[in-house]
Design a protein around this ligand. Structure first.
Ligand code: ZN
Length: 415
């Protein structure tokens, strides 16, 4: 670690101070969700630096802005409904919130980055007024087609003021896996200080920095993922907008996430003991100390070297290796390793919008999952390791021809 051109050039996304340190440089990478058509393989492909930075002032781990968010999100391919376990998670969330905060026909729930309505559909079925805010027009249309009211907009103070002016203040706002993806964190968080009713609750789910560091999940670093958040850093940016974290839960999603419950500073929701307890855990883990991040950089290099050694050995033995899944995190891993179709022949994905396209940077072809039974690879490298159990169950037939599964993170495992 130390100073670098990156650290000197940028200001912190949360506190605006110029006190950043380079943790690890993942090289120059294409946008992790910019899947390519066959024609695009012939064209120049934009890449952007991908350094991970740490703010010594407010402890937010972050990457610098690569390009404007509009370009990233306007034709976004990720649609939540394609992941079964994620829809189950959304259904359980709606049940829990409906009971805890006594939501009913008199309430209003607003989801930020509501995608294709995978979550709000469960509120609509209960007769609870729901509104989605979704920046990608093509994805918002899918929600509207299902009868889920959705506005095409980026969320921030301006959008929040407009909604409140229409009488659309919220009893509950949902922001699952969006906080980390917001380029202007301060404006985004400020929007909740506008849109919440006086006793309203905002929940936020995001991958916990503790898991990124503790389990070497460096492949969750990509350009669309701007911030890597601890409770220490979150409490600081919420309090800047007179918002208070009053409860926190740990979730297994995305390799280990936090769900924060946030309200206005003077609202009636009592702060639970879980909040201070987790702050203590984070201090013990060293999430506010530079040495912690120096050790993390060494662990990232080990994952890269071990995966490359495995892939090269497999290639020299004449083994066929394919991937499973085409998640953003897989692209960070494969591009950091420089592994192309000579080492990973193809990958498969259930999402038909990704099939017959190519991974950005590595240009590995994406096929339908049925192709695995046809080609019978010796090894299936599972790229979305967070749902590896589900994938192993679905793809159990791989074992019938002696095939094995491989994950690279947090360390190489062939099973
Ligand atoms: Zn900062």
């Amino acid at each position: 670690m130390g100073t670098s051109a990156f650290a000197e050039h940028y200001q912190c996304r949360s506190c605006s101070r110029s006190d950043l340190q380079l943790i690890v440089d993942l090289g120059s990478q294409p946008l992790a969700n910019s899947f390519l058509s066959r024609d695009e393989l012939l064209q120049m492909e934009p890449t952007y630096p991908l350094p991970l930075l740490y703010c010594r002032n407010c402890h937010l781990v972050q990457i610098p802005p690569a390009t404007n968010a509009q370009a990233i999100f306007s034709d976004y391919l990720y649609m939540s409904s394609y992941t079964r376990s994620w829809v189950d998670h959304a259904r359980a969330y709606v049940e829990k919130m409906t009971q805890r905060f006594k939501l009913g026909p008199q309430s209003r729930v607003i989801e930020i980055a509501s995608n294709d309505g995978y979550l709000l559909q469960f509120l609509c079925r209960k007769g609870i007024p729901a509104l989605g805010i979704e920046p990608a027009a093509n994805v918002a249309k899918l929600a509207e087609d299902k009868g889920i009211p959705t506005r095409v907009a980026f969320f921030g103070k301006e959008t929040a003021h407009a909604l409140v002016a229409e009488g659309l203040a919220a009893d509950l706002t949902v922001a699952n896996n969006v906080l980390a993806h917001v380029p202007d964190l301060d404006d985004f968080v400020g929007g909740f200080a506008v849109i919440l009713k006086s006793e309203g609750v905002a929940t936020f789910e995001f991958p916990h920095l503790a898991n990124l560091i503790g389990q070497t999940q460096f492949d969750t670093i990509y350009h669309e993922h701007f911030s890597y958040i601890s409770l220490i850093a979150a409490r600081t940016f919420f309090s800047r907008h007179a918002l208070r974290v009053f409860d926190v839960e740990k979730l297994p999603t995305h390799g280990g996430s936090l769900r924060l419950y946030v309200c206005r500073e003077n609202a009636g929701h009592a702060t639970t003991l879980a909040v201070d307890a987790l702050i203590e855990v984070e201090r013990t883990l060293g999430l506010d100390r530079t040495e912690t991040f120096e050790n993390f950089a060494g662990a990232c290099r080990r994952v890269k070297n071990d995966l490359l050694k495995f892939l090269i050995a497999a290639a020299e033995d004449g083994k066929l290796v394919c991937g499973y899944g085409a998640p953003a995190k897989g692209n960070t891993l494969l591009n950091f390793c420089g592994a192309r179709s000579d080492l990973v022949a193809f990958t498969v994905d259930r999402n038909p919008h990704k099939q017959n396209r190519f991974l950005p940077g590595t240009h590995i072809p994406i096929l339908p999952p049925e192709e695995i039974a046809v080609k019978q690879p010796d090894y299936v490298l599972i790229l979305p390791w967070n749902i590896k159990t589900e994938i192993c169950q679905q793809m159990d037939h791989v074992r019938s021809w002696g095939g094995k599964f491989v994950v690279a993170v947090p360390e190489l495992n062939v099973f």
